[in-house]
Design a protein around this ligand. Sequence first.
Ligand SMILES: *Cc1c(COP(=O)(O)O)cnc(C)c1O
Length: 499
Amino acid sequence: MEMLYKSTRSTETVTASQAILKGLAPDGGLYVPTHLPKLTTSLSDLSKKTYQEIAYEVMKLFLTDFTDEELRTCIQKAYDEKFDTKEIVPIKKAGGAYYLELFHGKTIAFKDMALSILPHLLITSAKKNQVKNEIVILTATSGDTGKAALAGFADVPGTKIIVFYPKNGVSPIQEKQMVTQTGENTFVVGIHGNFDDAQNGVKKIFGDEEFKNELDAAGFQFSSANSINIGRLVPQVVYYVYAYAKLLEQQEISEGEPINVVVPTGNFGNILAAYYAKQMGVPIQKLICASNENKVLFDFFQTGIYDKNRDFVLTSSPSMDILISSNLERLIYKVALEDAETNAEFMKQLSANGKYEITEEMKARLSDFYGGYASEEEDAAMIKKLYEEEHYIIDTHTAVAACVFEKYRAESKDETKTVIASTASPYKFIKSVLEAIDEKYAQLYEEKGDFALAEELAVLSGVDIPKAVEELRTAPVLHKTECDVDEMKNTVKRFLFKD
Ligand SMILES: *Cc1c(COP(=O)(O)O)cnc(C)c1O
């Protein structure tokens, strides 16, 4: 059966490849599948398959206008030796939970899971739809998306990529990763503002019809690599199916046994993928949404009020420092029983007043979800505790999830086996991670910088320094552009029309 996608704000429907090309619907809504497909292979059969095979089994249900061969090629090109382990996503048992390590790709964070494949999905989609224009990927990043998108699109023919990041809102390693990116078609800009400013700026450019026509005349068209693109979301469903299948294979769970999933959340893409996996038939019981001190989502699940009017906190888990979780719109649409008008009204309120309140009926449909949050102190204490008790070192984002997992267990007495999405390598947030373990590392950092810390972490964790970090030692800075929030459009123009 052909799968179509419709906007969360109107009744417009498009094919999968069109949804991938467009990123955002013209009415400002997000594309969602018209129905969620059920898995056609049993989980016990899937348990014997590789990551790539499971990816095929899941993605074919969503991308029905791709041929088998096209899809298999995309998967092969994405999940190969770029990952430092054959398993692609290993599962580690520690602290009473299963850590699903989503950070073994090129940029050592979970965004690689989707951004390794998105360029291939996009190029294939462009061919299918006879697109002649060069595709310009425009992306706002809170740190990890930017590098993962740059790495995915670098030197991919027929594409250019422009990344905006908050100049003072990412970790030193994250910044270094981005500004050292090679590839003739890559552009990186530090903006004087926070992530929400960057994301709003990009959304504005996307919505600018006049600019769009100007670009079209020059042979360009925009697409998005942000987590609102359905081509990001679909590959993320795969690893939740994979996690269940592998726990089954390893006899950690029995067939049909429910599991809980905890996801450290920012833009709500990763946890939404888990929700989709649940609807496809993976026995997931609770979807536990973990926030850092920017706890908009926690408050939302408590009260049914989404309110971004609050101070923006810079935390040690910067990829979750977000006040507008874009992908939540897909869930709002769902609990509004797919009423685009109702959803559009909430989004209008969000954009006008920074706030909306869902109805009691809608709230009741959120019972699959549990929202929790962790303070900076709790986060650091969790990293230290897992290191001391289990010799397992997790990053600051994953630690938010680990804290919320413990709080949830204590509060609910729910002993269901639990998968924690481990979203970044501790090497990516090394300063915060090591300082959580021992304050003495602050001084080492002052004196000797990130790479001295990397050597310490290798000793403490017994995990070798990843190639991605090793390479940064000598990589030259290639991108130095900065701009104010209101100069973003002009900056894009400068890059594209420079000659
Ligand atoms: C992006 C990111 C998150 C948040 O994921 P969302 O899909 O935006 O909710 C969490 N942790 C890390 C390390 C990330 O890079």
